[in-house]
Write a protein that binds this ligand. Sequence first.
Ligand code: A3P
Length: 286
Amino acid sequence: MPKTITINPRWGQADETHDPWVLAHFRARPSDVLITTAPKAGTTWMQQILHQMRTGGDPNFDSIDRVVPWLERPRPGMNWQQVLDWYDTLPEPRLFKTHCTAEQTPGIGTAYVVLTMRDPRDCCVSFYHHIMNLNDSARELVGLECPPSFASHVERWLAFGAWYRNVKSWWPYRDHERVLLLRYQDLKRDLTGSVDRIAALLGWALTPEHKAAVLEYSSFNWMKAHDEKFSQQIPSRAPLFKTGHFIREGKVGAYRALMTPELERRILERAREELEPECLRFLEVE
Ligand code: A3P
């Protein structure tokens, strides 16, 4: 397929984690499931839950990114057509992770979408540790620099604005028939009930044994003990993170240990500016 010279700006700007060519040419199938989140909202957890639901329990995969790829992620040594060719070879139902806004996401209305949203304060703190726990070479590869302080990290996180863009763009889809919106705190409180809701959306039947395997392999302890399966998110196979640091703490409200009231106020004020009151109530961040 010849490379298109111009591309519709709706697919976003190319950078280290975003390939608009892949998005523009991706053809969703009705059985596809797109896992959409703002960064650090529990993306990897949902990748694991869905992979386990799809397989009936698979503790032997090598890297979550190989079985549930990051849709818009540029792949070293592959052009966008090769990436799409690889996606074509994946067994159905295919699962993809994406951090795209709704506007940039191909296949809404065709594919299923499982959205996970998380408190912005926890996402912000989790992202701080994400950057600090990257290996130096990986940090360079993804274009992230260590912030000199937590406060400066919050400034950058606010300026980057991905959490706000993501939540604002997906909120209107919450009642769409092929979309399920879950909160990180719901997954924490009731993983069994959340798995049931996902299975109902997708029409996947789970036997009790199968469900028990999903719950075991998606538990924080199992994932923490197998951190290397989740932390190598690109095909280089080089560890991206310091060992054992990707599946980190997995708590609701852990931001309190690091965040001053002033930083918290700024994050919430921006949320109130950008999001509907109903969305804030749903996220329990009023
Ligand atoms: P913390 O840094 O707060 O611990 P993402 O996959 O979107 O990057 O999100 C990462 C966050 O999800 C991290 O949060 C990580 O610990 C948490 N997480 C991953 N697996 C989890 C699980 N099984 N249970 C609870 N939290 C999990």
